[in-house]
Design a protein around this ligand. Sequence first.
Ligand SMILES: *Cc1c(COP(=O)(O)O)cnc(C)c1O
Length: 497
Amino acid sequence: MFYTSTRDKSVKVTAAEAIAKGISSDGGLFVPVEIPQISLEFIEKLIPVSYIERAKNVLSLYLTDFSEEEISMCVEGAYKKGKFSSDKVAPLHKLSDTADVLELWRGPTCAFKDMALQLLPYLLTVSAGKTLKDTQIVILVATSGDTGKAALEGFKDVPNTKILVFYPVDGVSPMQKLQMTTQEGSNVSVCAIEGNFDDAQSGVKKIFTDREIEKRFKENGLAFSSANSINWGRLVPQIVYYVSAYCDMVESGELKLGEPMNVVVPTGNFGNILAAYYAKRMGVPVKTLVCASNANNVLTDFLTTGTYNKNRNFYCTTSPSMDILISSNLERLLFHLYGDNDAEIRELMKNLAEDGKYAVSGEVENKIKALFAAGCCDDDATRETIGKVFSEEKYLIDTHTAVAVKVYEEYKKSTGDSTPTVIASTANPYKFSASVLAAIESEIKADNEFDMVEELYEKSGEPVPAQLADLKGKEPRFKGVCRKEDMKQVVFDMLGL
Ligand SMILES: *Cc1c(COP(=O)(O)O)cnc(C)c1O
């Protein structure tokens, strides 16, 4: 099994090379040359086994240059008992007649990013052992809030790695910020940038492909990699939970083996929903992929019209991890839908870089419409949805999950589609206490983050994750803020170059 670049089809690398590099040097993203196929018998065998066993089976189809022992070591380390607050790792919660919520936030940092970022350090260490001898890996991360903490937690004190996270100074929730700035570990660093997530992400991508930096790194025995979802090692673990969710839907009797499910995903960088697309392409019976956006609805417009246009207002919403106008992983989808035509992708990405927009061909637009539905939900509707789900279902959801629930309700109303549906739930509600509390309580007494956590607990009875409660009173270690032009210098300073 080999991987190629979305911008240069002559590239041919192993999974280990793709994961160790993170991004192709032509600026393209690594994609599997062929998507492995699974049968219903394969799925049936996974129904009675644990998440760890499901993960080993799915990952071994993609990581064909890893030995069975290597895959076992990685997966068992990532998902071992006690790391996630559910023995099922990613359990389903029944929400309504037709919908189940897939709780992807039961890991150490309380967001779905843990599903991949608990595993990535293992995958990267094994990959580097195969491809980069005597090299220290420098992980650069741009985060809209949750990736940063999950990556720091995954990589802290991992030998032969250093990690540096950039987050938008005004673009994350107070809890997200505190989680990152108090991070422990001897190989970690965190810096805020004056700008939004898109600025952070393009800054990081620029550093990755800068020839001068690459040269300086080589001389010093260093190499970059990425913990963002541009790295294949971030995406492949996410495919597992869609296979696992299907198994659980069959096990609970909500589906008969072979019957289709819909999947609804609150989307920002298009990584999570792309994993669901790969699961469908592999043979998991998935009918429609429903892409849910907040007020930053560039994807809703793209998936319904075929034109991507990032030239629009950027909104800071109550679901900050989805405040994104340039969704990197769309590039991978386009590559597959264009029949692996790298020239087309180069052209589209050039248009995006130069004009901030592009339009896909009519044929690709039709393919997109056959696969995806899309909708968006503003902050008012997000708040109403949290309140409604709490009062009617006695279930507390965070702002991102609420966007997905609302878009699903509208989808179901407008299409009449009653196919059993899995809604991805991407964060624990306590990561966004102020917004969640405001949705279920009209007169808030608390005036600081931890009093809000307490008040939300009193009101909802939902247990507070210890790893969030423990941040109270903790002194930040990382207070730096830089301009986006200075990101390169921050990298050099951290490494003492
Ligand atoms: C990252 C994130 C998202 C968006 O996921 P993508 O893979 O970037 O589309 C949604 N919700 C939460 C809570 C997140 O942390």
